[in-house]
Design a protein around this ligand. Sequence first.
Ligand code: ATP
Length: 199
Amino acid sequence: MYFKRLEMHGFKSFAEPVVIEFHEGVTCIVGPNGSGKSNISDAIRWVLGEQSPKALRGGKMEEVIFAGTADRKSRGMAEVTLVIDNSTGILDIDYNEVAITRRMYRSGESEYLINNNQCRLRDIRELIMDTGIGVDGYSLIGQGKISDIVSNKPESRREIFEEAAGVVMYKSKKAEAERKLGSTSNNLERVSDIIAEIE
Ligand code: ATP
């Protein structure tokens, strides 16, 4: 599995459609200061579901939409698509190539798509869970992240190993099952109270 292609339109400094092709192995992005190198990694983070504007170096999520320059009008929408090679089948979906898309409009409305089919953010999270490519995974290491990891509390460091070991999906399913069990037992208690009252 590797990132094959990144398509951006109206995202941060990328007002016009831009396609970046990646290949297996190492890709280096070089360019002058302020040319948009970090905006590329922000785009990857964003399309994978990042919800924190701060993690994208902004104050509000709307700031990911091209804000306009002296000679270019601002855009009403930001769109990013990340195409992932899935020939090894690591993503649990029956496609050799998986395109994850996120759109955001100035109205604040957001859309997520997997291979052009609308989906929920949760579907994207579940698809990439335990693969290491999620925003909390270990494949996106921003500046300062290494020192964070080294100085992290042991529990936080453990989360990275758990993602790599592929147990996060099971932990999340366990938490969901426990939540449902909790609400079912509350319902049962209420029903027993009502029965007791009637009797
Ligand atoms: P450095 O090497 O200094 O870290 P960089 O190549 O990583 O720089 P970025 O931080 O990716 O550069 O890009 C910064 C540029 O992106 C700035 O010129 C900023 O004005 C522009 N930019 C960020 N958000 C937007 C936006 N919403 N609309 C238009 N331009 C934006």
